[in-house]
Design a protein around this ligand. Structure first.
Ligand SMILES: NC(=O)c1ccc[n+]([C@@H]2O[C@H](COP(=O)([O-])OP(=O)(O)OC[C@H]3O[C@@H](n4cnc5c(N)ncnc54)[C@H](O)[C@@H]3O)[C@@H](O)[C@H]2O)c1
Length: 466
C-alpha cells in the first residue's frame, strides 16, 4: 500500500511539473522585463497607417448599445449632415424607443430595430445597407461585436477601452488589416477644447520639446456602481487588477507625443493601492462582501517612450476625488495643465522686478494672457465646429466633434483621426498594467502594434480635405 502511494505521489509530481513547464504564457521574462508575444503579420496583409476608405456621400450607421452612453449617438448623429441612421439595437426596447424619439424630433426617418436576444446585433451587422457599426455596449461585448462587424464588411467605431487582453487587441488589428475596414475607438477626450488647442500649440512648438505628460481617469462612480442594475463595471473590477480605463487620459497625450508617428510606447510599470472602497461598493451592489476583490482603489502607471518621454497615468473611480483627467504637458519651453483649472506657462522669463530665486518668479500666465493665447492657437477643427458642438453637446461638445470628424473623414475618403494602432496603444495599459502588477510592478515592454512602421509617419496631423 505504502509503495502504491509513493508511486502515485511520484506520478502526480511528474504530471504537475510537465503541465506547468508546457503551459504556454503569451510573454517571456527577459532580464527583469516582461516581453509579450508579437504575432507575425499574416502573409499578404498590410498595415493600416494612413489607410483611407472610398469616399461616401452618406454615412449609413447602425448603433448597438443605447444605454447611458450609447443613447447620445443617435441624438448627435441626427444633427450631422450626410448621415443616415439605418438601425438601432439594444436588449431594452425602451432605449430603442428613446432613440427613435430623437430621430422623430430631428425629422429623420425611423430606423430598423433589433432586440429580443443577446445576439440580435448580428443581424444588424449583416445588413447590406450599413457602412459603419457604432458599438456602445458594456466591455465584455466590444471585441466580439467589432470583429463580426468587420467580417461583415463594415467599418467599426467602438467604445473605450476596446479590449482587455493583448490577444484581443491583436485580433482587432489583424482583422482590420485583413478586411481593410477602419476599427476606431470612440475616444472622445482627444476632442475636448483645451486638449485640441494645446495640441495645436504643441505642434507649433510653443512648449519646446515635450518631455513628460500626465493623464488620468479620476471620476467617483461610487453611486452609479452601487446600483444593482448597473453592476458590470464593478463586476469587472472584482477580477481585474490594473488600470481598467486608461484611454481618456492616454489618448490626448499620445497625440501630443506623436506616438507611432515618430515615437512609440516602450516600457510600462504599474503600482496600485490596496482595495478598500471597491469591495465596499461591490458589497452594496451585490449584498456580498469579498476578501479577494482585485482592483486597487488607485492605480498608477508610468510609460516611457522610445525617445525618452514619460507618461504618468492614474485610475481611480472609487474614492471621493473630484473629477480629473489630469492632462498636463511638460515641455522644455512651457507647461499646460487642465485640472483643476486650465493654466499655461510659456517661456522662462522672470517678471520685471521679481528676483529669479523668488517663488513668484515662476507663476502661470495671467488669465488674460492664457485666454489670448488659447484664442490665437484655437484648433482649426474648433474654428469649424466648436460653436455647433457646444450647442449639440455631449460632454460639453467633444462627443459631437468626435462624431462630426468621423463622418467628415469617411465622407471625404480621408484617414480617420484615430486608427486601429491608437486603439491598441491606448487600451493596452489595461492588460499590461495587470501584468506588471502580477509581477511585483515589473517593467513590461509595450509591443510595437504597427509591427515595424512606428517611425514611418512624421508627426500627428488631422486629415483635412484639400
Ligand atoms: N467615452 C465616454 O465618455 C464614455 C462614457 C461612459 C461610458 N463609456 C463606455 O460606453 C460603454 C457603455 O457604457 P454605458 O455606461 O452606456 O453602459 P450601460 O450599461 O448604461 O449601457 C449599455 C447598453 O448596452 C446594452 N447591451 C448590453 N448587451 C447588449 C447586447 N448583447 N446587444 C445589444 N445591446 C446590449 C444594454 O441593454 C445597455 O442599454 C462602455 O464601454 C463604457 O466604457 C464611454
Amino acid at each position: 500500500m505504502k509503495k502504491i502511494t509513493l508511486i502515485l505521489t511520484f506520478l502526480t509530481a511528474v504530471f504537475v511539473l510537465c503541465t506547468s513547464c508546457c503551459e504556454h504564457k503569451p510573454y517571456k521574462i527577459i532580464g527583469c522585463t516582461i516581453v509579450c508575444d508579437t504575432p507575425a503579420r499574416p502573409a499578404g496583409q498590410q498595415d493600416m497607417l494612413g489607410f483611407a476608405a472610398e469616399p461616401m456621400d452618406t454615412v449609413r450607421v447602425g448603433f448597438i448599445g443605447l444605454g447611458s452612453r450609447g443613447i447620445g449617438g443617435p441624438k448627435r448623429w441626427s444633427q450631422i449632415d450626410g448621415t443616415k441612421i439605418v438601425a438601432l439595437c439594444d436588449l431594452n426596447q425602451e432605449r430603442i424607443d428613446k432613440a427613435q424619439g430623437y430621430l422623430d424630433k430631428a425629422g429623420r426617418p425611423r430606423a430598423a430595430e433589433y432586440t429580443g436576444s443577446e445576439d440580435a446585433w448580428r443581424k444588424l451587422c449583416e445588413r447590406d445597407d450599413i457602412d459603419l457599426v457604432y458599438v456602445a455596449t458594456p466591455w465584455a461585448w466590444h471585441v466580439e461585436m467589432s470583429l463580426y462587424a468587420m467580417e461583415c464588411g463594415k467599418h467599426v467605431a467602438v467604445e473605450v477601452p476596446a479590449a482587455f487582453t493583448m490577444e484581443e487587441l491583436w485580433q482587432l488589428i489583424d482583422t482590420s488589416e485583413r478586411t481593410r475596414r477602419h476599427c476606431m475607438m470612440l475616444e472622445n477626450c482627444i476632442y475636448d477644447f483645451f486638449e485640441l488647442t494645446t495640441l495645436n500649440m504643441a505642434q507649433q512648438g510653443l512648449f519646446g520639446e515635450i518631455l513628460h505628460t500626465e493623464g488620468a481617469y479620476i471620476h467617483s462612480l461610487d453611486h452609479s456602481m452601487r446600483r444593482p442594475d448597473r453592476t458590470w463595471r464593478i463586476d469587472h473590477l472584482r477580477n481585474f487588477r490594473g488600470d481598467a480605463y486608461p484611454t481618456h487620459g492616454l489618448g490626448p497625450l499620445c497625440l501630443a507625443l506623436n506616438i507611432h508617428r515618430g515615437d512609440r510606447l516602450k516600457t510600462l510599470v504599474a503600482m496600485d493601492t490596496k482595495a478598500v472602497m471597491g469591495p465596499d461598493i461591490y458589497a452594496s451592489a451585490h449584498g456580498e462582501r469579498l476578501n479577494d476583490f482585485q482592483n486597487g482603489d488607485q492605480t498608477t502607471t508610468l510609460i516611457r517612450t522610445e525617445h525618452g518621454k514619460v507618461i504618468q497615468l492614474h485610475h481611480n473611480i472609487v474614492t471621493p476625488r473630484p473629477y480629473s483627467r489630469d492632462y498636463a504637458l511638460v515641455g522644455t519651453n512651457g507647461y499646460a495643465v487642465k485640472y483643476p483649472v486650465e493654466a499655461l506657462r510659456i517661456g522662462n522669463e522672470v517678471p520685471e522686478g521679481v528676483s529669479p530665486v523668488s517663488l513668484r518668479a515662476h507663476p502661470f500666465m495671467s488669465d488674460e494672457e492664457r485666454d489670448a493665447l488659447l484664442e490665437e492657437y484655437e484648433h482649426p477643427i474648433l474654428k469649424e465646429v466648436g460653436s455647433m458642438a457646444k450647442k449639440v453637446g455631449g460632454h460639453g461638445g467633444m462627443d459631437y466633434i468626435m462624431d462630426y470628424r468621423l463622418v467628415y473623414c469617411l465622407r471625404h475618403g480621408l484617414p480617420l483621426d484615430m486608427d486601429v494602432y491608437d486603439l491598441a496603444e491606448w487600451s493596452c495599459p489595461a492588460p499590461l498594467s495587470a501584468l506588471s502588477l502580477q509581477h511585483g510592478s515589473a517593467p513590461v515592454a509595450v509591443p510595437d502594434f504597427t509591427r515595424g512602421a512606428w517611425n514611418r509617419v512624421n508627426g500627428y496631423r488631422h486629415a483635412m480635405k484639400e
